[in-house]
Design a protein around this ligand. Structure first.
Ligand SMILES: Cc1cc2nc3c(=O)[nH]c(=O)nc-3n(C[C@H](O)[C@H](O)[C@H](O)COP(=O)(O)OP(=O)(O)OC[C@H]3O[C@@H](n4cnc5c(N)ncnc54)[C@H](O)[C@@H]3O)c2cc1C
Length: 396
């Protein structure tokens, strides 16, 4: 039981050691809490999830103290050519870190302090209360923590045990594909990374990213296709040829490429957990809300969840006994968390409308968007060239 005198003696059990659960365990154990982390898998299986970290995700990972080892193993790339219909829209120069999901999870788990009790087990049942909780495991004895953090991703079974459901925001909202490719000949492509935008509602492709990971090129294709669309079958059989047909001009940029593994895919249901204000249990990451892969917001959401929960709220909660729902509610009504979750849902809707909405308003917006970027890109490049020329003149 929690006491106000020894707050760090609180026992926190985290179910699920994907990115959310593993990171939460690192942060809480480093702060001195007693942490039990449980996952079905000793090693995170290879699966298609986030494959690059960038922007505010880097800042948040740094803040949580886990970014260094991830950066050490990731492939850094900055120069991204953004192309549509065979013409360069602009070039962007922001640091991105290419790394497969199972590697990120492995690296984060490797940072778990020795004090963390990591159990490889299947959590079968949950009972919650305002003072203590109980987790029943398939192979180990029961665990009675003060607080349960549920980080079980999109798996529903455990949430249902405590009456937490999901509100479907958009069923089959998007379908994304990932595969690895290599140049046909040994010549490296003429780009570090490329974003190739689709044709809008006519092919329902939002964009294709090709970027480096560990000596290979990884392709992520984000679409709003119908799951039954016959093109998907053809694409799986012959991904490069089908992409070159669907994205005219692509071949001129990427040269001759061949796939070196099978195409993985993921159909995303966008949903938010319901009836979450419960004693003793708190949901983070995909367990609380899923994200559209095209919007690239899933990791920002889960990092924000961990920062707010582990750095701000839990330290406050453990100052007084119990983990009643009044405390738990504070997490879901945290303004920073709410803003991040809202933005993720907004971006999911935006990317879909941007790609498939046939209304005049969206068609106009889409055209304007690329024209504006082209103009800004032209001026940025001209300014960069002028700066380089004046630096060169000063130096000589
Ligand atoms: C195709 C795709 C592409 C994406 N691309 C991006 C992107 O570009 N940018 C971005 O920011 N986000 C992206 N995302 C989102 C991001 O990958 C997810 O938000 C993130 O992986 C969620 O991590 P998590 O830890 O919450 O869930 P998970 O990684 O699913 O972890 C859940 C864990 O719980 C364990 N578990 C479940 N039930 C039990 C049980 N009963 N007992 C024990 N263990 C259990 C599982 O074994 C698993 O390890 C993408 C997602 C997908 C699907």
């Amino acid at each position: 039981m929690l006491t106000s005198h020894t707050p760090n003696s609180a026992h926190i059990a985290i179910v699920g050691a994907g990115l959310s659960g593993s990171l939460a365990a690192v942060v809480l154990a480093r702060a001195g809490y007693r942490v039990t982390l449980i996952d079905k898998n000793a090693v995170c299986p290879k699966q298609f999830r986030v494959e690059k970290i960038a922007g505010s995700q880097v800042d948040l990972m740094r803040k949580l103290g886990v970014f260094g080892p991830v950066a050490d193993e990731a492939t850094l790339f900055r120069d991204i050519i953004n192309v549509r219909a065979g013409r360069i829209v602009d070039r962007t120069q922001n640091p991105h870190f290419g790394i497969l999901y199972d590697d990120i999870v492995r690296i984060v788990r490797a940072q778990l302090p020795a004090s963390v009790d990591f159990l490889v087990d299947d959590v079968r049942d949950i009972q919650t209360g305002s003072q203590t909780q109980c987790l029943s495991l398939a192979n180990n004895g029961p665990i009675m923590p003060d607080l349960i953090i549920l980080a079980t991703g999109m798996v529903d079974s455990l949430r249902h045990k405590v009456g937490i459901g999901r509100r479907m925001v958009a069923e089959k909202q998007s379908i994304s594909f990932g595969f690895t490719l290599a140049p046909e000949n040994e010549r490296a492509p003429a780009f570090q990374a490329i974003t190739y935008y689709g044709a809008g509602h006519s092919n329902r492709i939002d964009y294709l990213n090709i970027f480096p990971i560990a000596g290979h090129l990884r392709a992520n294709l984000f679409t709003f296709l119908d799951q039954e669309d016959p093109w998907i079958r053809e694409f799986r059989q012959n991904p490069i040829a089908e992409l070159c047909n669907a994205l005219p001009g692509l071949a001129g940029f990427v040269g001759e490429m061949k796939p070196v593994d099978r195409v993985q895919s993921w159909v995303m249901n966008l949903s938010v957990a319901e009836n979450v204000d419960q004693d003793g249990i708190v949901l983070i990451g995909d367990a609380f809300q899923t994200s559209c892969p095209a919007a690239g917001t899933g990791v920002t959401r889960l990092l924000t969840d961990i920062d707010r929960l582990c750095n701000v709220l839990i330290p406050r909660w453990v100052e007084t006994p119990g983990m009643g729902k009044d405390k738990i509610k504070e997490f879901y009504s945290d303004p920073v968390k709410q803003a991040t979750d809202r933005e993720a849902l907004h971006m999911a809707g935006y990317r879909r409308s941007f790609t498939v909405d046939r209304s005049l308003r969206w068609q106009f917006h889409r055209r304007q968007h690329f024209v504006r970027r082209r103009i800004a890109g032209y001026f940025n490049q001209t300014t960069a060239r002028q700066l380089a020329a004046s630096n060169h003149a000063e130096a000589s």
